[in-house]
Design a binder for this molecule. Structure first.
Ligand code: 3SL
Length: 245
């Protein structure tokens, strides 16, 4: 197995696909997707484009859908929700499809949607993602960070490092054997340095600071937890993620 890390959708190759693609937007899209599925959402359907989301979701009965729209960290006017995992309660989500568009996270999922196996990962479900990869043993794995508008993000990189760190133990191999590019090796080093203070790292991260300015302290705390939900969002059809476990 070789794992390649791409820090942003813009840096991700488009001329071929990996056997397994893992999209990460720890702050906060993939954390929200995991949480929504954990409390009973029927599926999460992702869009980079807000107009497309409106068009497709209009075909669903209002009591069977929720629309989540985020731009610049804030909720888009006219949407039911923004992008906080803390808004995903079972009362709200139960048996509904969450139609979701965010600034970067849903683009990360979209860029890898042609892969035969597409997963959404965050720190909260790191173990479930690792277990799936260990059970399937794909030859090539791409981890794609959402970043922020084309730039590197510490929180996505540390999560990629957390996944790779756990895979190294599970596969009993060396970093040299596992790492497909330098980015992956650097992500493991970042995780090793910050694994006991992930919330501290989020306070240092530029998007963490952006969310703190928007009063999202509790979101940061929630997103900084590791291995707390045994939920694996996996793509069932293009753009539609369902709970695999
Ligand atoms: O960029 C994204 O996709 C979002 O996750 C950003 S935010 O955390 O909702 O501000």
């Amino acid at each position: 197995m070789k794992i390649f890390l791409y820090h942003t959708p813009e840096l991700t190759p488009v001329q071929n696909v990996a056997d397994c693609a893992i999209a990460i937007d720890v702050l906060r899209a993939t954390t929200t997707i995991v949480k929504a599925l954990s409390v009973g959402a029927e599926a999460v359907q992702v869009f980079s484009d807000l107009d497309k989301l409106m068009q497709e979701s209009a075909a669903w009965a209002p009591e069977k859908r929720l629309r989540a729209g985020e731009r610049g960290g804030g909720k888009v006017a006219g949407y039911d929700l923004g992008n906080s995992p803390l808004d995903c309660t079972s009362e709200r989500m139960h048996d509904r499809r969450l139609f979701m568009s965010t600034t970067n996270g849903t683009r990360a999922l979209e860029i890898v949607q042609a892969s035969p196996s597409v997963l959404a990962a965050a720190l909260i479900n790191r173990r479930a993602v690792v277990d799936y990869v260990l059970s399937q043993r794909p030859e090539t794995v791409w981890i794609v960070g959402a970043g922020w508008e084309g730039s590197f993000a510490l929180e996505d990189t540390v999560c990629a490092g957390a996944i790779a760190h756990s895979l190294l133990a599970g596969l009993n191999c060396t970093l040299e054997e596992l790492a497909g590019n330098d980015e992956l090796a650097a992500a493991v080093a970042l995780y090793e340095q910050w694994k006991d203070n992930l919330l501290g790292l989020f306070h240092l991260a530029s998007h963490g600071k952006r969310l703190l300015r928007l009063d999202c302290h509790d979101d940061l705390k929630y997103c900084a937890q590791t291995d707390v939900l045994d939920v694996l969002p996996i793509q069932r059809e293009i753009g539609v993620l369902v709970r695999n476990r």
